[in-house]
Write a protein that binds this ligand. Sequence first.
Ligand SMILES: O=C(O)c1ccccc1N[C@@H]1O[C@H](COP(=O)(O)O)[C@@H](O)[C@H]1O
Length: 218
Amino acid sequence: MKPNFFRTRIKFCGLTRAGDVRLASELGVDAVGFVFSHQSKRRVEPEEARAMRTALAPFVDSVALFRNNPQEEVREIVRHVRPTLLQFHGDEDDSFCRGFGVPYIKAVAMGGDDGQATAKPLRARYPNAAGFLFDSHSPGGEGGSGKTFDWSRIPSDPGKPWLLAGGLTPENVFDAVIVTRPWGVDVSSGIELSPGLKDGDRMRHFVEEVRRADCHHE
Ligand SMILES: O=C(O)c1ccccc1N[C@@H]1O[C@H](COP(=O)(O)O)[C@@H](O)[C@H]1O
């Protein structure tokens, strides 16, 4: 059998405790996310995110997540927290997203009946994005809902690395990876005890299931 060297990237999002950041690093996740959306139950203050960042092991990315935050606030958080990647979930356009001197990924709303779900020229709209993240919220809605969406709506060739998000859990992530073969997966609710508080056993189980899918050959 041909060996498969591909490794699905894993991002844990909405962390609020340094202990969860440490465990995520030990489990070998690729990135952790800190949420700065004002409506989120997982929002952290820049000072808290900066402290958690120091708990990260080398080679683990820190991602700052925004949803229609004012430009000056994003700038200030970038200066203070020094994330390696930005993630935008709102109506931000390419010129806004690229204006902070840090690579960014753009979340694409896959919920609702809006046309954003079909393979519109995402590349043309976000030429400077490092990648896309397909999430279950409807356009204008808040993310981190724990809901899945119809994976068959993912554009067949987004042209950049892309992450699958929305309602992923240790119980469904094996199938999700096998069916969609994403560059990476992003999870928040599915590994939680309550918003912002992660469950160590579920974190570990999630990583195991992604690795099991990576080793699975049809
Ligand atoms: O986590 C949040 O509170 C959040 C708030 C605003 C925008 C996005 C948010 N989280 C992102 O939503 C997806 C899916 O989360 P879930 O696993 O369904 O809970 C993920 O990309 C989070 O980063």
